[in-house]
Design a protein around this ligand. Structure first.
Ligand code: FAD
Length: 476
């Protein structure tokens, strides 16, 4: 429950212009933006210094943003196209105002990050001419922004977990009560509090409550510290829940990945082969769309339709391609077999089934030009499920199999916010002094996820939240 300013129970109380909770991309962007506006800022991070950076530090941190055609990518990508993509992939359910703000401010926010010295990989990853990756990945990104914040006079406290909002009798959010290394402290913000402390993916109890029983055993790809406190303390103070609380982001992971904080162990090359269940049967259309538009839903299909374990099967035609290795960071070697039967025996799948699956798949492949850079329409005919693009026969041994499962990256449900990153209460009114950014904002993603949009969402709305809170503290 929220506490009143000055209520007993805290050892000390410290006052700043802006209090930021959480130090991933959203919190760092908020703190830096507030500093740029001249605000005194404190950032409270729950993790110890060596584990700071949240989910962001485990990511490649690829960012999608509108851009002109350039030397690397002959095709431009407009803010309108990006908005249309995000709306389409959410089935029309995303909050268009929030999505539009994200798309319209993404390019300038990328420039803003570059102004801190962020270096980018040259070019755009395969099949996705709308996104770029920081050279040093998410870890390099957060390290750079922490250095910048320290250098610009931002105060950072580690091992300090926000637990309750400090709310006055006029329902204005004045600060946040935290547990730190010395005990309980109140951090008060003249301009308010920016909650940027992630979703509830690392909280098993919340996962089971909102996602379902199966969710207790999902591999957690990112930070163990994102346990949903920001969302809970805002709801306890009257914030409105929003977005798809029963769904989450995930990826097609190597099933041998570590159970917690495994980082980038996803396979993005499954469209070059087929995916079968433990019985050796296909259960989805591997070529339905670009991998950016399918990896989240396929990972859930592996959990829901294949009982949590499936196998990606390839032949040498796929394995020898340059794109194969680029889209896969091996956790272990693939299983191999000189025949389909040998492969089936190596992975414990009924050999007759796998032989029948591959034989009927090969017979169904239609002629056409194979082109991984576009939806090439090279498809199967007469089998269910079909493979709608990139269908090539599997007939060049040795054959390979990689075990895959679905993990969890972050949750989709969160807080109702407006385009100024203000948290909205259950009456539909902005909560004075309370802002949110990053994963704990609801209403962006439904059922599926458009690749490379979460880090940029954190950067765009963190920056907006920091500016708003600084303005509220200092005027202007
Ligand atoms: C392996 C992996 C790969 C990914 N790849 C990409 C990609 O390429 N592109 C993309 O767009 N997205 C990607 N994502 C998703 C993306 O990284 C995150 O969704 C995004 O970075 C989240 O940013 P955030 O600031 O909202 O949260 P986080 O980065 O998780 O930061 C939240 C911070 O809050 C802290 N915290 C939590 N609770 C409290 C509390 N009570 N008090 C104080 N601090 C608290 C945490 O310790 C953490 O540091 C990936 C994620 C993973 C795990």
């Amino acid at each position: 429950m929220p506490v009143a300013p000055g209520s007993p129970g805290a050892l000390e109380s410290y006052t700043f212009d802006v209090v930021v909770v959480g130090g991933g991309i959203a919190g760092l962007a908020a703190a830096l933006a507030a500093r740029e506006h001249g605000a005194e800022v404190i950032l409270a991070e729950k993790a110890p210094r060596e584990h700071r950076g949240g989910n962001t530090r485990f990511a490649d941190a690829q960012m999608r943003f509108p851009h002109e055609a350039d030397e690397y990518c002959p095709r431009s990508y407009t803010a309108e196209e990006m908005e249309a993509d995000l709306m389409r992939i959410s089935g029309g359910r995303a909050n268009r105002d929030l999505v539009r703000t994200l798309c319209q401010r993404a390019a300038e926010t990328v420039e803003w990050l570059t102004s801190f010295g962020l270096e980018w990989e040259p070019g755009y990853p395969h099949t996705a001419g709308y996104r770029r990756s920081p050279k040093a990945g998410g870890q390099g990104l957060v390290d750079l922004l922490y250095r910048q914040l320290e250098g610009r006079g931002g105060v950072i406290v580690y091992r300090t977990a926000a637990q309750e909002l400090v709310v006055d009798e006029r329902r204005v959010v004045r600060g946040v009560r935290c547990v730190g290394p010395e005990g309980v402290v109140d951090l008060l913000g003249r301009g308010g509090v920016v909650l940027a402390c992630g979703g509830f993916q690392a909280n098993t109890a919340m996962r089971v409550a909102y996602l379902g029983r199966f969710a207790d055993s999902l591999i957690l790809r990112g930070s163990r510290y994102d346990t949903g406190e920001g969302i809970l303390m805002a709801l306890a103070a009257g914030a409105q829940p929003a977005g798809q609380w029963g769904d989450y982001h995930s990826a097609v992971l190597d099933a041998r990945s570590p159970k917690v904080e495994c980082g980038v162990t996803a396979l993005y090359n499954y469209q070059m082969g087929i995916i079968v269940d433990r019985e050796g049967r296909r259960f989805l259309d591997e070529g339905e769309d670009f991998r950016d538009h399918t990896y989240v839903k396929f990972s859930k299909a592996i959990i829901e339709r294949a009982g949590g374990l499936a196998w990606c099967i390839f032949d040498q035609r796929a394995f020898q391609r340059e794109e194969f290795a680029r889209a896969w960071r091996p956790v272990g070697p693939p299983y191999t077999g000189n025949t389909v039967r040998e492969l089936a025996e190596a992975i414990g799948v009924p050999a007759a089934n796998l032989e029948a699956t591959i034989a009927s798949f090969n017979a169904a492949v239609q002629p056409g030009e194979y082109d991984l850079d576009k939806l090439d329409g090279k498809r199967t005919e007469g089998i269910v499920p079909p493979k709608s693009n990139w269908a090539m026969p599997l007939d060049q041994p040795p054959y390979l199999a990689i075990p895959v499962t679905g993990g969890i990256t972050f949750t989709f449900g969160g807080l109702k916010c407006d385009t100024r990153a203000r948290v909205i209460d259950t009456r539909g009114e902005p909560m004075e002094g309370l802002y949110a950014a990053g994963e704990l904002m609801g209403e962006f993603f439904y059922d599926n996820y458009p690749g490379a949009t979460s880090v940029i969402r954190g950067a765009v709305f963190g920056r907006i939240a920091g500016e708003e809170a600084a303005r509220r503290a200092l005027g202007g």
